[in-house]
Design a binder for this molecule. Structure first.
Ligand SMILES: Nc1ncnc2c1ncn2[C@@H]1O[C@H](COP(=O)(O)OP(=O)(O)OP(=O)(O)O)[C@@H](O)[C@H]1O
Ligand SMILES: [Mg+2]
Length: 408
């Protein structure tokens, strides 16, 4: 191992699965995936921590696996947060920056952010990201980065992403219990977007639709900025549960049927579905399965459409929709989404990585990979194993502008 290399890690705490990805960063900045792992999670309700022990154990297990694989002690990482309480609101602020010929500096940016956030945040809401959409300097708008520009009146329009404080605190708590500091806490769909979108897609207008087990996240980008995020409390597990109820079978059998036989090509096949389960042969009518899966997918997509409409992006996404999450693994799902939302659709899988990448170049790893990349964007904090022990420190805080003015 390179003596002065550092590591960066992402941990996706999903309702059904915890996944982690670790990469080393060499002295010349080269990122190399050196570990990944996943474990079933428990104790989460619709993307939110409902008891501490379940996620703590799952995170511990996954971190042990990636530590063994990578040779690094992972004691800090970027973590995902999820749940329908994640909201996106627009805000603006204005400050006087003093004398004429004053050059805008980092303190001015922090001050205008503070003013923009005043009245927008309440004690029971935790701000997760402030995405400046534009700055207006002495009346001139459309400025992306005013640092070093001259002016006397600075305005900022921003998108504020927040969630309810207990959800944030509980997520940090499970991270801390698993001895890994949450150096960043990023909504799942935003992290997934970091791993699968190109600059061109983000510039022109695109939505990531992250279909997880119990939630579906919608993150919309345009002009290279996050314009909107919303999370609906329905996911691919609802399809499994519907199959279990409608076909009067175990959820385990329903899951197997979903993974092996459900497709987005409804009505295409008439042959019955036959599976062997614990020595018995089970037969199901294809149209019965189609009916159940189609009804639930339609419901999920109707909720996605509502999010797009709320964000005023319905029929306004030149780069269409990119699907991530385990739910995107359903065969031909993109065909059905295209027909239902009337937009182009792609399956989003992380690409362009080096190292041990095969397993992580899948839609369900998008969030974990995106978190790892965001940890790298933010500088990361890992140092080689022999230089530190596992610590119990909690997450770092600090102004947005003091960190990197990242992509999002
Ligand atoms: N091959 C497949 N076909 C259909 N569905 C699949 C397939 N593989 C996984 N899934 C579904 O993907 C879901 C799990 O996805 P994922 O791991 O992204 O969820 P999660 O991140 O744990 O949940 P959430 O994001 O809602 O908190 C499960 O409902 C699972 O049944
Ligand atoms: Mg997820």
């Amino acid at each position: 191992m390179d003596e002065i290399s550092r590591y960066v890690a992402g941990v996706d705490v999903g309702t059904a699965n915890v996944r982690a990805v670790v990469a080393s960063i060499s002295a010349n900045g080269q990122l190399n995936v050196i570990g990944y792992g996943e474990a079933p999670n428990s104790g989460m309700r619709r993307g939110v921590v409902a008891n501490l022990a379940g996620p703590q154990q799952a995170i511990n297990k996954v971190l042990c696996d990636v530590e063994r694989m990578s040779g690094y002690n992972v004691n800090s990482a970027a973590f995902s947060i999820n749940g329908s309480q994640i909201i996106s609101t627009r805000t603006e602020g204005m400050i006087a920056v003093g004398a004429i010929e004053h050059e805008i500096n980092i303190d001015d940016l922090e001050r205008v952010e503070e003013v923009a956030l005043q009245g927008r945040t309440s004690p029971n809401h935790r701000v997760l990201r402030v995405v400046p959409l534009q700055f207006i300097l002495d009346g001139q708008g459309g400025i992306k980065d005013p640092l070093g520009m001259t002016g006397s009146r600075l305005e900022m329009q921003a998108n504020v992403v927040s969630t309810i404080t207990p959800n944030y605190d509980n997520l940090c708590k499970v991270a801390e219990l698993a001895n890994a500091a949450a150096e960043q806490v990023v909504p799942s769909a935003i992290a997934a977007a970091r791993a699968v979108l190109t600059e061109r897609q983000m510039e022109n207008g695109v939505a990531v639709v992250d279909i997880g087990a119990a939630t579906t996240g919608v993150a919309i980008f345009e002009e290279n900025d996050l314009q909107y995020i919303g999370v609906v409390p329905v996911g691919s597990n609802n399809i499994t549960n519907d199959l279990a109820v409608m076909l009067a079978i175990d959820t385990e059998i329903a899951e197997e049927i979903k993974r092996r036989f459900a497709t987005g090509n409804f009505g295409e096949s008439e042959s019955p579905v036959v599976i062997r389960w614990r020595g018995k042969e089970l037969r199901f009518e294809r149209d019965q399965i189609d009916e159940v899966v189609q009804a639930r997918l339609e419901e999920i997509l109707e909720l996605v459409r509502k999010e797009l409409k709320k964000a005023r992006y319905e029929q306004r996404l030149p780069e269409g929709v990119v699907l991530t999450g385990g739910g995107a693994r359903m065969r031909d799902i993109e065909k059905f989404v295209r027909a239902t939302l009337n937009t182009s659709v792609k399956i989003g899988a992380p690409a362009g990585l080096t190292g041990v990448t095969d397993a992580v170049e899948r839609p369900e790893y998008a969030t974990a990979v995106g978190l790892m990349l965001m940890a790298a964007d933010g500088g990361g904090s890992g140092v080689p194993k022999k230089m530190q022990k596992r610590s119990k420190k909690s997450g770092k805080k600090g102004g947005f502008f003091k960190k990197v003015l990242g992509k999002f």
